[in-house]
Design a protein around this ligand. Structure first.
Ligand code: 13P
Ligand code: SF4
Length: 368
């Protein structure tokens, strides 16, 4: 059914940005100490020690580029062991991060589940800031680092905790669901979180005939199209997925009627109407693994097609893809800096984190 209402901020506010702290200045740097920067050289030893990692990405990273990545990969993996740190990486990370230094990869839900089980004292989150905040919310006693704290998200920047309080005043008693692509401040004000892989299940779990769903208006529309629950949405959008158009997909389909098209639910409804499958980033990857199409368009961020291509070289990816500029702020040199200088530490007001934890844990604990 169509959305019941679409709300937006009263005034246009500047996006939420995170100011990076100087190297070595964090509480984490004082607690764990700063290490010397490893020597970054490319020689026969490095080539031999990293050859098995290059094997994983050779379908998508040209051999001439590996001598640039390999010294960082080696240094990061050594330092990670020395520091007893774990690297969680989102499916949108570039292939050399996703395949060569990450300990766990996945969509937002999988990363949140993984974060709740981590044993190491230090988590390095290769993804955007709200993902690192989610890890910190679930692990208040652990040190969570993000290689570049300016890695934001247009959805997370579209709404504040104050906006949620105003929505509650406008719709008293209506439960509020927040997509995890929100700040800790917003999570602290809502009843439960969701991700793109469990949004429908979360909305229906509340037993209410009306739900406020924020901040992604397109994910809200997608959920509304699949449930009888009436949805009040927020006007946020993903700057990456809203750029895809139904026209471009029809053009690709006309040029090859056997082409498969799969899309992320952050896309507008007319784009989703062209897709053979809609799902979270992990859902899309699983779909390709199971269906093994000859040619496919993944209507999502570019690096994901690279990562699946690295695993399944026989599948041909047609690439009208858009880059997420925030995800792309995370690079091997910045991951190394994180581990050397213990930066940039994710810090959340403990009272906000306690409130936010309830809504994240309520989601994580929902039965599959
Ligand atoms: P997933 O939870 O599907 O990985 O989505 C996160 C995201 O930011 C997509 O743009
Ligand atoms: Fe946010 Fe969109 Fe980037 Fe995902 S792809 S992190 S929703 S801006």
């Amino acid at each position: 059914m169509p959305l019941l209402d679409l709300q937006g901020p009263v005034v246009n506010r500047p996006p939420v940005t995170h100011v990076p702290a100087p190297a070595g200045s964090s509480a984490a740097a004082r607690k764990f100490g700063v290490k010397p920067m490893p020597e970054l050289v490319w020689n026969e030893d490095v080539a031999r020690e990293t050859a098995h990692l290059y094997e994983r990405i050779k379908a998508v990273v040209p051999a001439v580029e590996w001598p640039i990545f390999a010294p960082y990969v080696k240094a990061i993996n050594e330092l990670k062991r020395e520091r007893n740190a774990v690297i969680l990486a989102h499916n949108y990370q570039t292939p050399e991060i996703y395949n060569c230094v990450a300990d766990f990869v996945g969509d937002s839900l999988q990363l949140a589940r993984e974060a709740s089980k981590v044993k190491s004292e230090i988590i390095v989150q290769c993804g955007v800031h709200f993902m690192a905040e989610t890890s910190k919310i679930l692990n208040p006693e652990k040190t969570v680092l993000i290689p570049d704290s300016r890695a934001g998200c247009s959805l997370a920047a579209s709404i504040t905790g104050e906006d949620v309080r105003l929505l509650r005043d406008r719709y008293p008693g209506v439960p509020v669901v927040a997509y995890v692509n929100t700040s800790a401040d917003v999570k602290a004000e809502v009843d439960i979180c969701c991700t793109s892989s469990n949004a429908l299940q979360v909305v229906e779990s509340l037993g209410s005939d009306t739900v406020i769903f924020l901040p992604d208006q397109y994910l809200a529309k997608y959920v509304a199209s699949q449930t009888k629950v009436k949805i009040i949405a927020w006007k946020g959008a993903c700057e990456v997925h809203e750029r895809f158009t139904a026209d471009e997909l029809r053009m690709y389909r006309e040029s090859d009627p056997t082409l498969q098209i799969i899309a992320h639910p952050e896309c507008p409804p007319d784009v989703l109407a062209e897709a053979d499958y809609t799902g979270s980033t992990a859902g899309m990857i699983d779909w390709v693994r199971h269906n093994r199409p000859k040619r496919i368009v993944m209507v999502t961020e570019c690096s994901m097609a690279d990562n699946v291509q690295a695993e399944l070289p026989d599948v041909e990816f047609v690439r009208p893809c858009n880059l997420c500029p925030h995800m792309k702020r995370i690079t091997l040199p910045k991951i190394l800096d994180s581990l050397v200088y213990m930066k940039e530490e994710v810090v959340i007001d403990p009272m906000v984190a306690d409130k936010a934890r309830r809504s994240v844990e309520r989601m994580v604990n929902l039965q599959n």
